[in-house]
Design a protein around this ligand. Sequence first.
Ligand code: SF4
Ligand code: SF4
Length: 94
Amino acid sequence: MAKAKGDIFVDIEKCKGCELCMVACTQDSLSLSNSINKKGYHYVVRIKDNCTGCVNCALVCPEGIIKVYRKVDGKKEQVAALTNVKKDMTLEVS
Ligand code: SF4
Ligand code: SF4
């Protein structure tokens, strides 16, 4: 069976470079950038094109800044998004 094709979006200006998402990624898809964001943190970037859309990274990110997408029937759909991390945190996974 073919592996699911996933993709992520990281709000890099809010990343604190804690590396939790890197540890959680089973595909070793993530790494810290050599560059820094406006807050002075090295932010996470995807370094390989092997993301499966497993949502592990979004689940562990304490800042709730990772959105995960999966290709379903050729269409890219968002499958995980954390919101209201500082208040009543919600997680939607489809
Ligand atoms: S969705 Fe899964 S495979 Fe893709 S970057 Fe996040 S942890 Fe890695
Ligand atoms: S878990 Fe979130 S804050 Fe930590 S490095 Fe990954 S994207 Fe940045």
